[in-house]
Design a protein around this ligand. Structure first.
Ligand code: HEC
Length: 202
């Protein structure tokens, strides 16, 4: 019996095993349960975590929020010596003696020991022009600190200056700086040495 070519191949094929293929392997139930549980937990975690928090807190807090507020009884005390070392020492020196002919002394200075509004005004607005300190005339420029130091800091640094370097003036009363700051709000220029400061010293 003569076989056609097709017949042979049909028969040959029928003897072949089918192509192997991977069997269905369903994800084990436990894995599904654990993954779904984690997913549900994650969604609830995200939804619930922030619902009661003030959105302005957390990482959105600015430096200003974290700084101690002046007038807040819980605020960390401000260290006048530290502020002096950071803001004044470069010119007026650690001894408060200044630098002959350039930076006037704070030790025994009539401006430091004057009534409190005088040194407060000097630190708030700065001074330039001719200024006589202990008989010597200076003609330098003292920077303004009104935007650099807050009321508590100016109070602290002036209390430090007025009770060190041999000085012994009464401590500033609280809110004195606040009042002087408000009263001199209009001023945008430093005090013009003796000319202006002698007037506020009276
Ligand atoms: C960049 C240098 C400089 C810095 C910083 C500086 N001062 Fe002065 N200060 C001067 C100069 C200069 C004068 C005199 C201004 C003039 O000649 O018109 C002066 C004057 C003064 C006076 C009045 C005169 C006297 O000797 O008593 C006081 C008070 C004073 N400074 C306090 C301070 C305090 C407190 C600080 C820090 C918060 C400070 N200064 C930071 C340069 C400086």
């Amino acid at each position: 019996m003569k076989m056609t070519k097709e017949k042979i191949s049909d028969e040959a094929q029928s003897r072949e095993n089918p192509d192997p293929h991977e069997k269905n392997r369903p994800i084990p139930v436990m894995v599904l349960v654990v993954v779904s549980a984690l997913l549900i937990w994650a969604i609830f975690y995200i939804l619930l975590t922030h619902s009661n928090d003030d959105p302005t807190l957390g990482d959105n807090r600015s430096m200003a929020d974290l700084m101690p507020k002046s007038g807040n009884a819980n605020a960390a005390p401000v260290d006048g010596a530290q502020i002096y070392m950071a803001q004044c020492v470069a010119c007026h020196q650690a001894t408060g003696a200044g630098l002959a002919g350039v930076f006037p002394p704070l030790a025994d200075s009539e401006w430091v020991l004057a009534k409190e509004t005088v040194p407060i005004n000097i630190v708030l607005h700065g001074v330039n022009g001719q200024l006589t300190v202990k008989g010597t005339t200076y003609n330098g420029a003292m920077p303004s600190f009104k935007d650099k130091l807050n009321d508590a800091e100016i109070t602290a640094v002036l209390n430090y200056v007025r009770s060190n370097f041999g000085n012994n003036a009464p401590k500033l009363i609280p809110d004195a700086v606040k009042k002087v700051r408000a009263d001199s709000e209009e001023r945008s220029q430093p005090w013009n040495g003796d000319d202006e400061l002698t007037k506020i010293k009276e």
